[in-house]
Design a binder for this molecule. Structure first.
Ligand SMILES: Nc1ncnc2c1ncn2[C@@H]1O[C@H](COP(=O)(O)OP(=O)(O)OP(=O)(O)O)[C@@H](O)[C@H]1O
Ligand SMILES: O=C(O)C1=C[C@@H](O)[C@@H](O)[C@H](O)C1
Ligand SMILES: [Mg+2]
Length: 174
C-alpha cells in the first residue's frame, strides 16, 4: 500500500492532465476533487458558486478532498485547495504533495485556449491574464509551503511525470 499523491497548483498547471498520466505510469487509481464534486452534486463549479457562493464551494471542496483520499491514488486537486489550512495539513499528513509550478503568462495562455468556464468561473472578475498574476502572487507561498516537492510544469506532460517520479524516487531503472 502506498500513500496518495496530491497534485496542487493554479488553474491550468496540468494537475488533471499530468495526474492521469502519472496514475497510469504507477498503476495507481486517479481521482480529481473538481470532478468528484461535480459528480456528487450533479452541478458544475460555476453552478455551485452562482447558487451558494465561494465559501460554500470551498467547504464542499474540503469534503471532496477527504472523500477521494485513498492509498495508491493520484489526486488532482482544485486550484484553490491550499486556501484552507485544514486542507494543506490534511494533504501533507496523508500523502505526498507535488506543486506543478509555471509562470502566470503560461497558465493564462493555456486557459485562454481552453477556458472551460463551467469549471473555472472567474475568481476576480478581471481578464484571465491579470487574474492569474494576482492569484499566483496571493497563493505561491501557500503552494510552496504545502508541497513536499516542486516540479516545473512548463515541460511536456510526459516530462513532468518523469520529474515527479524522480522526486518521489519512484522512477524505474530503464
Ligand atoms: N505540461 C503541459 N504542457 C502544455 N499544455 C498543458 C500541460 N499540462 C496541461 N496542459 C493544457 O492546459 C490546459 C489545462 O490543463 P489541466 O486541465 O490539466 O489543468 P488543471 O491544473 O487541472 O486546471 P484546473 O485547476 O482548472 O482543474 C489543458 O488544455 C491542457 O491540455
Ligand atoms: O483556482 C481556483 O480557485 C479554482 C480552481 C479550479 O480547479 C476549481 O476548483 C475552481 O474553479 C476554483
Ligand atoms: Mg483539473
Amino acid at each position: 500500500m502506498s500513500l496518495p499523491i496530491y497534485l496542487i497548483g493554479a488553474r491550468g498547471c496540468g494537475k488533471t492532465t499530468v495526474g492521469q498520466a502519472l496514475s497510469q505510469a504507477l498503476g495507481y487509481a486517479f481521482n480529481d476533487t473538481d470532478h468528484h464534486l461535480q459528480l456528487s452534486t450533479q452541478r458544475s463549479v460555476a453552478e455551485i458558486v452562482a447558487s451558494e457562493g465561494w465559501e460554500s464551494f470551498r467547504a464542499r471542496e474540503t469534503e471532496s478532498l477527504r472523500a477521494v483520499t485513498a492509498p495508491n491514488t493520484v489526486i488532482a486537486t482544485g486550484g484553490g485547495m491550499i486556501l484552507a489550512e485544514f486542507n494543506c495539513r490534511f494533504m501533507r499528513e496523508h500523502g505526498q504533495v507535488i506543486w506543478l509550478n509555471a509562470p502566470s503568462d503560461v497558465l493564462a495562455e493555456r486557459l485562454e485556449h481552453q477556458p472551460e468556464a463551467a469549471q473555472r468561473p472567474t475568481l476576480t472578475g478581471r481578464p484571465i491574464a491579470e487574474e492569474m498574476g494576482d492569484i499566483l502572487r496571493e497563493r505561491a507561498h501557500l503552494y510552496r509551503q504545502t508541497a513536499h516537492h516542486e516540479v516545473n510544469a512548463m515541460q511536456s506532460p510526459d516530462r513532468v511525470v518523469e520529474q515527479i517520479l524522480q522526486s518521489l524516487s519512484l522512477a524505474r531503472a530503464s
